[in-house]
Design a protein around this ligand. Structure first.
Ligand SMILES: C[C@@H](C(=O)O)C(=O)SCCNC(=O)CCNC(=O)[C@H](O)C(C)(C)COP(=O)(O)OP(=O)(O)OC[C@H]1O[C@@H](n2cnc3c(N)ncnc32)[C@H](O)[C@@H]1OP(=O)(O)O
Ligand SMILES: [Co+2]
Length: 134
């Protein structure tokens, strides 16, 4: 597979507006959009930093992955996303190499990216997202 760059770093927060105060007012990074991704039960804010982005994630539901993460570990880095040029091929290659995929088919994430998560038990303890964007 062809890994292009770190697409984004996903950070779980309890409250997006509250968290944005730190990123925008303290760090001076501009939020370039907010979007709800129903399938993942999240409200997402994008903050571009150089060639990559910080993705702030607030849960829209008590049983979503971000709510569960915060309940168990508290706020913090929840995943890292790597940009690939062909997600279908990347998923197949991961499976061939014995990596446990949470998503064996791409889903649609923020900004209409095609995304697939790899299980932290197969990746030395990080939740890894593969992301293909046009
Ligand atoms: C909008 C979109 C986008 O970018 O476009 C997004 O990013 S959406 C971002 C939000 N969506 C997602 O995260 C979807 C994919 N995530 C999931 O399917 C789930 O959250 C799992 C990663 C499978 C975890 O599920 P669940 O909490 O039910 O399982 P669990 O508590 O039994 O966890 C199993 C083991 O994985 C570990 N574990 C759980 N979440 C982890 C995380 N974020 N990073 C690293 N390790 C993690 C636990 O500590 C546990 O290890 P031990 O057994 O050693 O204690
Ligand atoms: Co993400």
């Amino acid at each position: 597979m062809n890994i292009k760059k770190v697409d984004h770093i996903g950070i779980a927060v309890k409250n997006l507006d509250e968290a944005l105060k730190f990123y925008e007012k303290v760090l001076g990074i501009k939020c370039e959009g907010i979007e709800v991704v129903e399938e993942q039960k999240v409200k997402v804010a994008f903050l571009p930093v150089g060639d990559t982005e910080i993705e702030l994630l607030e849960s829209t539901s008590e049983d979503g992955p971000i709510a569960k993460f915060i309940e168990k570990k508290g706020e913090g880095i929840q995943h890292i996303a790597l940009r690939v040029d062909n997600i279908q091929e990347a998923i197949e290659e991961m499976k061939e190499k014995g990596i446990k995929m949470i998503d064996e088919q791409p889903r649609y994430g923020a900004g209409n990216a095609k995304i697939a998560f790899c299980h932290p038990k197969s990746t030395n303890g990080i939740l890894l997202e593969l992301s293909e964007r046009k």
